[in-house]
Write a protein that binds this ligand. Sequence first.
Ligand SMILES: [Zn+2]
Ligand SMILES: [Zn+2]
Length: 339
Amino acid sequence: MYDGEGTNLSRRWLLAGIALVGLTGAASMAAEQPPAASASADSMVVTLLGTGDTIPSPTRYGMSTLVQAGGLNLVFDAGRGCAVRLNQVGIRSIKVDAVFITHFHSDHLNGLADLWTNGYLGPPSSRRTTPLEVWGATGIARITASMRDTYIDDIQIRLADEKIPEAGTQILAHEFSADGVVFERNGVRVTAFAVNHGPLIKPAYGYRVDFAGRSVLLSGDTRFDENLIAHGAGVDLLTHEVAIAPKPLLDSPWVKAIINHHTTPEEAGVVFSRTKPKLAAYTHLVFLASERIPPATLDDLVAETRQTYGGALEIGEDLMSFEIGEEVVVRRGAEAKAV
Ligand SMILES: [Zn+2]
Ligand SMILES: [Zn+2]
């Protein structure tokens, strides 16, 4: 479903002299990638680790976003391959200070076990010695406890065989059940806010991160939502999910059902116009298609957004990063441009 996008992405990356994602192992990719931008005392760096949906795509991994601020590495959602992408930007699992989950759909969670278990592997000096801390709405403690139970044989074998630190195999879950500040450390504040992913998909939250006067809002999965607009007013960077279907498919019941759980480009444009971020960026790109009808294109996505929004816009790609200082600098591979 992502052939068109994949081709564009590959071309850009190859022009930058970087190997195509998915064709080489993680270890060699880590060496080939440019170093990740680093956050300074008054800036934040946001890196899109995965921008895809449920489809196992070699170019768009599962939903996950890295926010670096105040010396902390915060991971929002842990979709498929997030540990691989973190490795590509030079962040080992033990360097992750906190994980925040938006909701419990599998495409936001299915990389969490990999991220967590990697933390207690490897040379003794780089093994996690403290629990992985995970934030989420009510239910996340049950999920992480049962995940650990699933891997209990691995843990017990490695405790006996490799003498790994037991504390490093633990997961510390922090639950919340309402809008509000859920995390404050090193001057970094994370606020959770409820979003509308559909009446049966609850809990569902987005997050806003504030640090040194800089801010980023991550939509989570949501329909057009006034609560998101209220929390996103004037942020520097607004990363938002989006779903688009080619016109002939819009009347199909299954397409309608999916679109009804997400935000269309025109609706997202209204969100951007009302919140007025310095930069809006799409992530979690849901491109619907059928066997006979191909997906919309990235040009379609931009054109539909432009019906309601004329400001700065980026179509997110895996490993695209944003340095938020006085201005927002976008990096794609070796490129950088200020907006
Ligand atoms: Zn979802
Ligand atoms: Zn999703």
